[in-house]
Design a protein around this ligand. Structure first.
Ligand code: PA5
Length: 449
């Protein structure tokens, strides 16, 4: 059983219950295809049964490696891009104390987690190298292909610094590589240097890999309970299997509604949250849906907002801009901590009417007020309710979104597991940089400048 609830009352004015139910058979067939491999992309279905197939030995290996890194390092840099870092960052940000990393090393509960290899900014790398030069740091280098330019470049720089400061022997203990079992430059490097490695299974694509060591190792290093995360994901796996009726299959219902809205001209989906901790969950979701659905000139454009901050920027557009959007709101029912609003003798800010209330009560009314305003403004709203922010419910949410994405892509008629469009920029960049082997492309592109 899953604890996540889907509230679809606020899409009724835009899609009827009959329309939703009319898609039940098709959605059920799409869900089934994720198990029997009868539709395109069938060599990338390993993620479907990841939660139920993770072994005790594998979990213990990840936990032990995380423990070792936590002992040896005050800072751990996760080097990776796209699916090789967003899942870890989404979970770590959602479940960590927002300010722990600002504490002195002896007061912090967990190592500081930093991220590199997700951009090619010289300033960013310079500042990171400067920050790390007197820190006890380690590296988790993640790349499935083992050949991606951004992480390879960052790792080269970070590894040099680590070896220079800590020595080659100690550096080796503080580096973990997560990559393909046998292919790619990172596998060769890891084998040559003798790094501890974890394998990314062949049948799990980058953006579906958060429940492999790609996500689980950094998440465990950050002090988060990966067993509970996997347990939550398993509950959603069980609640959305081929034997689950459509009416109870939450990922299938979400997939159907967004597909119906898309067909009615709602081409943009905005994922909204009311907690800054969820910013990177939305970044992960954007990649999952953007890379999976956006092909063959089709696909909903996934956007995200952080409320209430963005109500003071994007709120105007959402309320009154072009009516091609719908919203999916991640709603957290209970905060983990309480802060009550105090009485003020002078009440100059006029807030005494709120005295004694928890801050979350105000947040909830902002959420409800926004929901009603946006629906009144012609924006369908899908609500995903989580009881609170913890490992188990985030695990459920991850699997919910992954499963819904697979079904949604099959409903749309696209392969959820490839990303041919991502190669275009790489080819041009290599040609412009005169990479050996790109001579013809180089001449061609330079002639266009
Ligand atoms: O979802 C995907 O497959 C991509 O986003 C990849 O994760 C990303 O391009 C990084 O690839 P790699 O892990 O091979 O370095």
């Amino acid at each position: 059983m899953s604890n996540i609830q889907l509230n679809i009352n606020y899409v009724c004015d835009f899609v009827s219950q009959e329309e939703i139910l009319s898609q039940a058979e098709k959605a059920t067939a799409c869900n089934k295809a994720l198990y029997d491999g009868s539709l395109p992309g069938n060599d990338f279905l390993g993620w479907v049964s990841l939660p139920s197939s993770i072994s005790e030995d594998h979990l213990r290996d990840i936990e032990n490696t995380a423990k070792e890194l936590r002992t040896l390092c005050d800072v751990v840099v996760v080097v990776g891009i796209g699916g090789s870092y967003l899942g870890a960052r989404a979970v770590i940000d959602a479940l960590s104390n927002s300010f722990d990393w600002l504490q002195d090393a002896d007061k912090r509960k967990n190592p500081v987690i930093l991220y590199a290899g997700n951009n090619i900014s010289e300033d960013y790398l310079h500042e990171m190298l400067h920050y790390l030069k007197d820190k006890r740091f380690g590296l988790i280098n993640i790349s499935k292909s083992g050949t991606t330019t951004e992480p390879a470049l960052a790792f080269r720089l970070l590894k040099d610094l680590l070896e220079e400061k800590a020595g080659k022997e100690e550096a080796r203990k503080r580096i973990v590589a997560i990559t393909d079992a046998s292919r790619g430059a990172l596998r060769t490097l890891a084998n040559t240097e003798g790094y501890k490695t974890f394998i990314i299974p062949d049948d799990v694509g980058g953006r579906y890999s958060v429940l492999t060591p790609v996500g689980l190792l950094p998440i465990a290093v950050a002090g988060i309970n990966i067993r509970k995360l996997v347990e939550g994901a398993l509950e959603m796996e069980n609640a959305s299997g081929t034997d689950t009726d459509f009416e109870y299959n939450l990922p299938a219902i979400y997939a159907v509604i967004r597909n119906l809205l898309y067909k009615k001209g709602k081409k943009i989906e905005i994922l909204a949250n009311y907690h800054p901790k969820l910013h990177f969950l939305a970044e992960w979701w954007k990649q999952l849906y953007g890379e999976s659905e956006g092909k063959d000139n089709l696909g909903i454009f996934p956007a995200a907002v952080d409320f209430t901050a963005d109500l003071h920027s994007m709120g105007q557009w959402i309320q009154e801009g072009e009516r091609t959007i719908f919203e999916t709101v991640i709603s957290i029912q209970e905060p983990n901590e309480r802060v009550h609003i105090p009485h003020d003798k002078n009440d100059l800010d006029g807030l005494n009417f709120l005295q004694g209330k928890g801050v979350d009560e105000v947040n909830k009314m902002a959420e409800l007020g926004t929901l009603i305003a946006h629906v009144d403004g012609g924006v369908p709203n899908i609500l995903i309710n989580l009881p609170k922010l913890n490992e188990k419910y985030i695990g459920q949410l991850i699997y919910f979104f992954e499963k819904a994405c697979g079904i949604a892509c099959y409903l749309l008629g696209v392969n959820p597991f490839n990303q041919p469009g991502v190669e275009a920029y790489k080819k041009n960049m290599f040609a412009l940089l005169d990479k050996p082997g790109y001579e013809a492309e180089s001449a061609e592109i330079k002639a266009r400048l």
